[in-house]
Design a protein around this ligand. Structure first.
Ligand code: PEP
Ligand code: CO
Length: 448
């Protein structure tokens, strides 16, 4: 039965909440959450509404969503260079996709708050010793010791502060000239020169150059906000419901509830039970929501989820992020698209080609192959085109760093090289070059 009862920001507490840490002291948790609940919001209702308006355009194919960032952000990696490099790659990808698709690209980072992870098991055992699983930097530490792995609620406060300082820098970078179009395109030119596959990307890069030069020639001033500035929205998995509740505020201009921890929040594949606490919490906040959909989805269940989370069928409210795996996508995506089309649901369809293409290399590293990622994206676009639905976006785990976490790409990283610069504490990310390559490949697909 769909829950029709009145929503409050605490009503989720009456439902089963999966994937929550076993905090050693509820009293400590309460103290931290009280503290968080009086701290300023991280993002503002007006910004959240603009993102929703943009996503409404993606529903009908007038905009395209690019969501990306770390699987799990680490406090120790929150430095100006790292934030800058990730932003830089997202901006570069966005220009390529904007030009190729002929529509605005909505940039949403998995950033400034992606600090909590669902795990397949509550505990981890190494050589006969068992400790709680690492659940993200906002819960405990990755190091394998009792002290490090014991959940510590104070880390939620630190997470809030880390998110605030990340956002502060992102706001400065996106407004202060760093994101200027000609500058981002110059970085793309550098990439094309350096990439072993550069020649095949050269034509598109040149065309973008020409478009920018044309704008300059006809006298469009390059210091206008449209050319000089950009907007990067933030998102994370809304997993730790106490934290999300503490940052949920009433917007004084509209009287509506918004979760002000990020612009967009998503529910993971493991916590999207229709009668679970995560769905109960998120149904009441007006942020744009993402829902991950894996290959074993049940169609009726997805329909109930859509009805609960978007009862008014508001465009821009709901993004379904399919993560089906390159082996399954061809078979399991079309029935979902057909049913959604039949029901007339307004949905942004986004493709996460990462999470169902993970495998363990012989070296023991969790990895993903570039060609599998590309194959899932290709099938995603083809399924939409043949069903007459709209491929509205893509979702990546990626970083601006030169990591070796995913295999393949133009430099053809092989299993044996993964250890060279394998830095993630959770899932493997595309590095800067691999991310740009994906963007150029998608550009090819959507232009032809
Ligand atoms: C993630 O996005 O990092 C994640 C855990 O995804 P999913 O819920 O799709 O497995
Ligand atoms: Co992940």
């Amino acid at each position: 039965m769909v829950n029709q009862k009145e929503w409050t920001k605490t009503s989720w507490r009456n439902f089963e909440a999966l994937q929550q840490p076993n905090w050693p002291s509820e009293k400590e948790v309460h103290k931290v959450l009280e503290n968080l609940s009086i701290l300023p919001p991280l993002v503002f209702a007006g910004e959240i509404r603009s993102l929703k308006d943009m996503l409404a355009k993606a529903v009908i194919g007038d905009a395209f969503l690019l969501q990306g960032g770390d699987c799990s952000e680490n406090f120790s990696q929150i430095t100006a260079p790292k934030i800058r490099e990730t932003l830089k790659v997202m901006l570069q990808m966005a220009i390529v996709l904007t030009y190729a698709g002929g529509k605005p690209v909505i940039k949403v980072g998995r950033i400034a708050g992606q600090f909590a992870k669902p795990r397949s098991s509550d505990t981890e055992t190494i050589n006969g010793t068992t400790y709680p699983s690492y659940r993200g930097d906002m819960v405990n530490h990755a190091e394998f010791s009792e002290k490090a792995r014991t959940p510590n609620p104070k880390l939620m406060l630190q997470g809030y502060n880390m998110a605030a300082s990340t956002l502060n820098l992102l706001r400065a970078f996106t407004r202060g000239g760093f994101a200027a179009l000609d500058r981002v395109q110059a970085w793309n030119q550098e990439f094309v020169v350096q990439s072993p596959m550069g020649r095949s990307y050269n034509r598109l890069a040149k065309q973008i150059d020409q478009a920018i030069r044309f704008m300059n020639t006809i006298g469009i001033p390059t210091d206008t906000p449209q050319v000089h500035q950009t907007q990067l929205y933030t998102s994370h998995e809304a997993l730790l419901l106490g934290y999300e509740e503490a940052l949920t505020r009433i917007d004084s201009t509209s009287g509506d509830w918004y979760d002000c921890s990020a612009h967009m929040l998503w529910i993971g594949e493991r916590t999207r039970q229709v009668d679970g606490a995560h769905v109960e919490f998120l149904r009441g906040v007006l942020n744009p929501l993402g829902v991950k959909v894996g290959p074993d989805y049940d169609l009726d269940n997805i329909k109930r989820l859509i009805d609960v989370l978007n009862p008014e069928n508001e465009p821009g409210r709901l993004t379904l992020i399919t993560r089906l795996g390159m082996k399954n996508v061809e078979k399991v995506l079309p029935p979902l698209l057909r049913e959604a089309k039949k029901e007339g649901y307004n949905i942004v369809w986004s493709c996460d080609p990462m999470h169902a293409n993970t495998y363990t290399a012989e070296s023991g590293h969790k990895t993903r192959n570039f060609n599998d990622i590309l194959a899932e994206i290709t099938c995603f676009f083809e399924a939409h085109w043949s069903e007459g639905t709209i491929p509205g976006g893509v979702h990546f785990e990626m970083t601006g760093d030169n990591v070796t976490e995913c295999t393949g790409g133009a430099r053809n990283i092989i299993d044996e090289e993964l250890h060279n610069n394998y830095l993630t504490s959770c899932d493997p990310r595309l590095n800067a070059e691999q991310s740009l390559e994906v963007a150029f490949q998608i550009a090819d697909m959507i232009r032809s």
